[in-house]
Design a binder for this molecule. Structure first.
Ligand SMILES: *Cc1c(COP(=O)(O)O)cnc(C)c1O
Length: 390
């Protein structure tokens, strides 16, 4: 494509004869933009999504920036390969689409992330998929729910809002006996505190939006797979969905990964300190933090996880009800009120009980906290004044 002919200015604006010097060895991964990517020889022109096999064929299948992020997440999680999706939600949806068809059966934990349940209820049912929720602490007994048409078992550990820690190895053992795939939403552990593939998962999903992004300024998801067969199964579906991700956001996620360990360490310590503070209060019934014995499934956390993170729930004692919680939350000055988490800012929400029916067991006395990178003593002082009995 070198411009060897005598051309006019209009053409030279598109095919210049000068360029910048080569050899800039930045420590940052370059942001590659591109829809069209050029083939060198006409005989190489082919349209395949698998850029590992075909080299680069089109930008929507991944630029070097997005595929670098995918490679690093696959390495972090100890998986075979990884796909990057525009949101964590689409990562979940991709797994549903890739494993399930009309007349097939999926098992979903009752404490699943609300929008994952909503996708199953509002879309999958419409396409004839049979949906069944199971108690998250069921473990090996899930074998009795596996049917001839079961294709997929979801795990989410700890689960959203109610934080039950699942026995993933026991569920995976039961699933694999019947040739059923196991997918795990591994967002809480950031792929750091729980080795999903060593514990039997076939596919893992993360909301990169949370810890890997780490600064509440991007939306991305990931799906990491155990083997080539699963990679092919998901890749072709992702291609049909027409999904593509921003190289700028991918570059921010790569930057986030470089500080993931130090951020998580500080968040872990601060969250434990705040959770303990709640646990010692007389107006608190229970603290649902996997590293505390009061959390359902805590022994499993102790057996399988290497650490904890910043998200936990607090159940207050009656007569405290949602109105009182909301009054206290409005008095907080350092905690933001908003969805998502994993950034530097501490947050609090009360759950939407339509979206997360499993939380109804705690009445309307539950609030979910996320601890960020502020000084935990300042956070406790803020909670102290907001939740003071008055
Ligand atoms: C936030 C979250 C998601 C979805 O991530 P988005 O990027 O916000 O779509 C999926 N699973 C869990 C457990 C989450 O907390």
């Amino acid at each position: 494509m070198a411009n060897s002919q005598k051309t006019t200015q209009a053409t030279r604006l598109i095919h210049p004869t000068r360029s910048a010097p080569a050899g800039f060895r930045s420590l940052a991964v370059p942001v590659f933009r591109g829809s069209t990517t050029l083939f060198t020889h006409a005989s190489e022109i082919v349209d395949t999504w698998d850029q590992e096999k075909a080299a680069y064929t089109y930008g929507s299948y991944g630029t070097p920036t997005t595929l670098e992020l995918a490679a690093r997440i696959a390495e972090l999680e100890g998986g075979y390969r990884c796909f990057i999706t525009p949101t964590g939600q689409l990562a979940l949806n991709l797994v549903y689409f890739a494993f399930l068809g009309a007349g097939e059966h999926v098992l979903i934990p009752a404490n699943v992330y609300g929008p994952s349940r909503a996708f199953a209820e509002h879309l999958l049912r419409r396409y004839g998929v049979e949906i069944e929720y199971y108690p998250p602490l069921e473990g090996n007994a899930i074998a009795s729910r596996i049917k001839r048409n079961t294709r997929l078992i979801w795990c989410e550990s700890p689960g959203s809002i109610t934080m039950e820690v699942q026995d993933v190895p026991a569920i995976a053992a039961a699933a694999h006996t019947h040739g059923v795939a196991v997918a795990l939403d591994n967002t809480w552990s950031a792929g750091v505190h729980f080795d999903a593939f060593a514990h039997g998962a076939d596919v893992t999903v993360q909301a990169i939006t949370k810890y890997i992004g780490g600064h509440s300024d991007l939306l991305l998801g990931s799906v990491t797979v155990r083997d080539e067969a699963t990679y092919q199964r998901l890749g072709s579906v992702l291609n049909h969905l027409g999904s593509a991700v921003s190289p700028d956001d991918s570059s921010l996620a790569i930057r986030g990964m470089q500080t993931l360990h130090v951020r998580l360490k500080t968040i872990e310590q601060s969250a434990l300190k705040v959770a303990q503070w709640f646990a010692n209060r007389p107006d608190v019934e229970t603290v649902l933090h996997p590293a505390l014995p009061s959390c359902p499934g805590h022994p499993t956390w102790k057996r399988d996880f290497t650490g904890s993170s910043g998200l936990f729930s607090v159940v207050f004692r009656p007569p405290i009800a949602r109105r009182d919680l909301h009054a206290a939350m409005d008095r907080l000055t350092l905690f933001g009120m908003g969805y998502s988490w994993g950034g530097v800012t501490s947050l609090v929400v009360t759950p939407d009980l339509e979206e997360t029916p499993n939380a109804r067991q705690y009445g309307d006395r539950l609030a979910r906290f996320y601890i960020g990178l502020e000084d935990p003593d300042d956070l406790i002082a803020d909670l102290e004044q907001a939740f003071a009995t008055r």
